[in-house]
Design a protein around this ligand. Structure first.
Ligand code: 5AD
Ligand code: FES
Length: 361
């Protein structure tokens, strides 16, 4: 007779779902043995769907201005010590050009919520990138907007949108954000993005202040309901210029455990081994891949601005050229038996080509 934790993982593997009570139960049963059991199953599922391919996303952090004041984030508007910058359109286009040469087929334009960029400006940028790089996907990660704005970006050619929900519990949401922001609006954005036709990504921080097992269970139930194409999770890491400067960081073990259960719950999901995971442990990203992740997101921003996009302390790769990061990641991914592929890496529901799915024959 197997222990409860093992039984719940079997059940999750078979049905891709657990109830709220079962999630809480599973999350309280975390142990080394249970994690090993989970990772073995998660890896078998990801191999069935995506083989040994790991997809690259080139992250272009194009502005660190932000009108929001999230308590955890280093570029919150009230952090007067943040050294603010915006990349010019030319600089962004140069990042893409270098990126395509390095093998990237996805560019992620990420920034704070910066009113300097009008919808027209974003649309022009997106359509220029798409016309110069027709083989590449463009992902936007620029926060909460109206449905009309999301539709306009999509019509201009944007393929994907990342917007972590941060926490699915309204009560917890209010502990991480000022009252001008709501969990309800965040969720509205995500459902609209999916409806419009984006490959949409949600996600949350593991071990964020005041997070309980019940809240994590809520996050997992929300992810199941939304069923996003991508899920970005990484450990919370305190930033010294935020109200959460004294808070404890999320752990490697819990982040890996959540990567594993998300892979079992959403077998086809695109799941990055995040930079934050690589920041709390030197082999965090490799361990993430061994827990079920299948995406890495190296930085394509010019080295001169890298150390200014600091959402949390001790962020890795701030001094490395993009080419170095690609080589470094190829080596890291290879060291655990996987391979970085030069491919758009679409969600399987979006792959139209015959015979070859995302580099998996
Ligand atoms: N630690 C870890 N992740 C963070 N993010 C923002 N601040 C932090 C932090 N201190 C994450 C948020 C956001 C994403 C871009 O980065 O989840 O959605
Ligand atoms: Fe940037 Fe390793 S990924 S140096």
């Amino acid at each position: 007779m197997k222990d409860t934790g093992f039984q719940l993982i079997d059940q999750l593997y078979e049905t891709q779902a657990l109830s709220r009570e079962e999630w809480v139960e599973l999350l309280t049963h975390q142990s080394k043995e249970l994690s090993d059991y989970l990772f073995e199953r998660a890896v078998s599922v990801r191999k069935k769907v995506y083989g040994d391919a790991v997809y690259l996303r080139g992250l272009i952090e194009f502005t660190n201005y932000c009108k929001n004041d999230c308590y955890y984030c280093g570029i919150r508007c009230s952090n007067k010590n943040a050294d603010r910058y915006r990349l010019t359109d030319e600089e962004i286009l140069t990042c893409c050009e270098n990126g395509e040469r390095l093998g990237f087929r996805t560019f992620v334009l990420q920034g704070g919520e910066d009113p300097f960029y009008t919808d027209e400006h974003i649309c022009e940028l997106v359509s220029e990138i798409k016309s110069r790089h027709p083989a590449c996907a463009v992902t936007l990660s620029i926060g909460e907007k109206s449905r009309e704005s999301y539709q306009a970006f999509f019509d201009a050619g944007a393929d994907r949108y990342l917007l972590r929900h941060e926490t699915a519990s309204e009560k917890h949401y209010q502990k991480l954000h000022p009252s001008s922001l709501s969990c309800e609006n965040r969720k509205r954005c995500l459902f609209e993005l999916k409806e419009i036709g984006y490959q949409a990504g949600a996600g949350f921080m593991v071990g964020s202040p005041y997070q309980t097992k019940e809240e994590l269970a809520e996050d997992l139930l929300f992810l199941k309901e939304l069923s996003p194409h991508m899920v970005g999770i990484g450990p919370f890491i305190a930033h010294h210029d935020t109200p959460f400067r004294e808070e404890k960081n999320g752990t490697l073990e819990e982040t890996l455990f959540l990567l594993g259960v998300i892979r079992l719950m959403l077998p086809e999901v695109l799941l990055p081994a995040t930079t934050a995971l690589g920041t709390i442990h030197p082999r965090g990203r490799e361990l993430g891949i061994l827990a079920g992740a299948n995406v890495v997101m190296p930085n394509l921003s010019p080295v001169g601005v890298r150390d200014k996009y600091l959402l949390y302390d001790n962020k890795i790769c701030t001094g490395d050229e993009s080419a170095e990061c690609v080589r470094c990641l190829e080596r890291r991914v290879g060291s655990v038996g996987y391979r970085v592929v030069s491919d758009r890496g679409d969600h399987c529901q979006f792959v139209k080509k015959e015979g070859c799915i995302n580099g998996v024959k």
